[in-house]
Design a protein around this ligand. Structure first.
Ligand code: THG
Length: 266
């Protein structure tokens, strides 16, 4: 499972003032703790500051890479912010988060994937909006995969995001995301799927419980990456258990190693 740490995001109450005041210590502490907890990438998002986003995203990239070596997941639809972040990047091949099949967004973001040789998260939406059914999402994914691979992007650099919408706003949204993951993983061996896990639980109580249950189900459907809170030890424990049960952990090696290292909370 490729873990993308979600915590450096100005939509979070603790992060907004830290970015606004350029509080290096708060950001660096979260970067270090997420990596220590098992994050393979650090997501950086300051989208709640649309007018200062280019400057603040560049600052986030520089601040994070002063203290950790893992690559970044650059979370912005703003091409100017993206370019500043990519220019500042020193931590190896980043993931651009994200592109969609919306014409304008695709055309403004895709050139950076080629120019900077990055990985890319592609959301299953287009100019007609967020599709309701798994089949409609699959069709958009097919279109995105075809146009990007035609330009030379490798399947292993593409992360399809089925779009996880809060179950509180429609009780079918969990199932739709799960079905989309399964269809994509079956149709395109070698591709990745990822999602914003915590989206599933917006607006309902005991969110962690919902996130944990959904992650197990999504791993069952074939999900192999997620943007999540790596500092949730129970959640991380469920990843080891679910991957073992899904047949992705030969001889239980990863599970047993995690157990020995005290990483499992049972
Ligand atoms: N897909 C992709 N990228 C994404 C998302 C996605 N990036 C942003 C988001 N969705 C994933 N990141 C988060 C980060 C935090 C939370 C949810 C998703 C979160 N925050 C709590 C809240 O807002 O209630 C924390 C509250 C707080 O700390 O103040 O749940 O879907 N590709």
């Amino acid at each position: 499972m490729i873990i993308i740490g979600e915590k450096i995001n100005t939509s979070r109450k603790a992060i907004r003032p830290a970015v606004e005041n350029k509080d290096t210590a708060v950001i660096q502490d979260l970067a270090i703790k997420q990596v220590e907890s098992g994050a393979h990438y650090i997501d950086v998002n300051c989208g709640t500051f649309p007018f200062q986003e280019p400057e603040l995203l560049e600052w986030l990239v520089n601040t994070v890479q002063e203290v950790v070596d893992v690559p970044l997941c650059i979370d912005t639809p703003n091409p100017e912010a993206l370019e500043r972040a990519l220019k500042a990047n020193r931590n190896g091949k980043p993931i651009i988060n994200s592109i969609t099949a919306e014409k304008e967004r695709y055309n403004s973001i895709f050139p950076y994937v080629l120019e900077y040789n990055t990985s890319i998260i592609a959301l299953c939406m287009d100019d007609s909006g967020m599709p309701e059914t798994a089949d409609d999402r699959l069709r958009i994914a097919e279109k995105l995969i075809e146009s990007m691979t035609k330009e030379g992007v490798k399947l292993e650099d593409i992360y399809i995001d089925p779009l996880v919408r809060p179950v509180g706003t429609g009780s079918h949204y969990g199932l739709v995301a799960l079905q989309t993951i399964e269809k994509i993983m079956n149709e395109f061996p070698g591709i990745h799927t990822t999602c914003g896990l915590s989206n599933i639980s917006f607006g309902i109580p005991a969110r962690k419980l919902i996130n944990q249950a959904f992650l197990v189900m999504a791993i069952g459907a074939g999900l192999d990456s997620a943007i999540l809170d790596p500092m949730d030890k129970k959640l991380m424990s469920f990843i080891y258990a679910a991957e073992l049960l899904r047949g992705k952990d030969d001889f239980c090696m990863n599970y047993l190693t995690a157990y020995r290292e005290g990483k499992l909370e049972s």
